[in-house]
Design a protein. Structure first.
Length: 104
């Protein structure tokens, strides 16, 4: 969890709970399997330069069976649409994948 998200959850607890509920509902109603959903989210995070959330979602995707190459491809999938901006996410995503610590 990023420091900003942690502060958000503490300082705006009711809004944070509503936000988490919306995220869970979106995930549960997704037609995508959990691994594919995580890989798609990694693509979005990379495209919008939100590298702070990458570690959590890469580790989640890995736990769900995603390979290192799948994570790399997820980061790079936005390259044609948003350009080289996505390459900034490549190092943090692969570092998170290679890190042996798992998410809780």
């Amino acid at each position: 969890m990023t420091e900003g998200f942690s502060i958000f959850m503490k300082e705006a607890e009711e809004t944070g709970q509503a936000y988490n509920k919306m995220i869970m509902q979106l995930s549960q109603s997704s037609a995508l399997d959990k691994k594919t959903h995580e890989l798609a989210y990694i693509s979005v995070l990379s495209a919008v330069k939100m590298t702070g959330g990458l570690e959590f979602h890469v580790k989640s995707a890995k736990k769900l069976g995603a390979s290192r190459d799948e994570v790399k491809s997820a980061v790079l999938v936005g390259l044609p649409a948003v350009g080289v901006t996505v390459i900034e996410a490549l190092k943090p995503a692969l570092d998170a994948y290679d890190n042996k610590e798992e998410i809780e």
